[in-house]
Design a protein around this ligand. Sequence first.
Ligand SMILES: [Fe+2]
Length: 302
Amino acid sequence: MNAPVGQAKPVPGPLKPHIACPTTFGTASECTGIAVFDFLEMEAKTGIANTRLRPSLGILDPTCLSSLPSLVLAANGFDVFSHAFESLTARPFTHRTKPASSSTRPLSQGANPYSDLACREAIRLVGGHLVTAVNDPTAEDYEALMFAGMLAGIGFGNAGCHIPHAMSYAVAGLVRDYQPPGWPSNHAMVPHGISVIVNAPAVFRFTGPACPERHLMGAEAMGASAEELADQTPGDALANRIEEMMRATGIPNGLSGVGYSMEDLDSLVSKTAPQRRLLDNAPLAIAEPELRQVFTEAMRYW
Ligand SMILES: [Fe+2]
């Protein structure tokens, strides 16, 4: 299991063949070596990340998406976007210390030319198809989103996610009473894609100055207009475009929309600060003061 919750030992040997057939989309377990779970004792999510967990074969059927409730589609589509954009802006592989041997190389290696290709296309597909897939879908929208989910998986499975995903584990783990429409209603939960995207606009305003050209690339791929790109910093243009798409797809209004208030700030920050595998993958240094600022800005967007 990932440190510091676990000891981050490598998987000791090859696993049995695994054919993965996702029934939704977005998580991309069919093409990554990452398995995440809810650790109820610690009210946190963590996982195992190792290349040996990658399935031997994935089978994707976009028609599965036609039976998903609209908020599930929206949440998973934003998860795909965030996988792709976090990977595109992850601390590049050229800025890392070389491991002592190839067997100790981490699964997440930072942004690299191979993952960049997949991520840019995944963002373009989400930007062009998510709003219509939620509101007035066609078979083409479903196919685009299913494919985008896999592409983003290829991207983050090699590059790695960062701050929005690190924050999402606390947002999901500390839930009190939010019950999203479209999911089973027998318990409170913040679905993964929602727990990620409610953080994203605040995070990308913060990370924008670290790699403005990549934020500009993301804003363009998501469909920001030429005027928006000309009038705003790249981080703001991207964040505003995400907010526009959140509103158009019924995503809650930031952390306050899923039941949090400023009184929860300390616990959200202290649950997120230990997620170093993800936080250290960000394009700039982030510790508790910066997390406090980003969580505060993520409380409400409109
Ligand atoms: Fe995710």
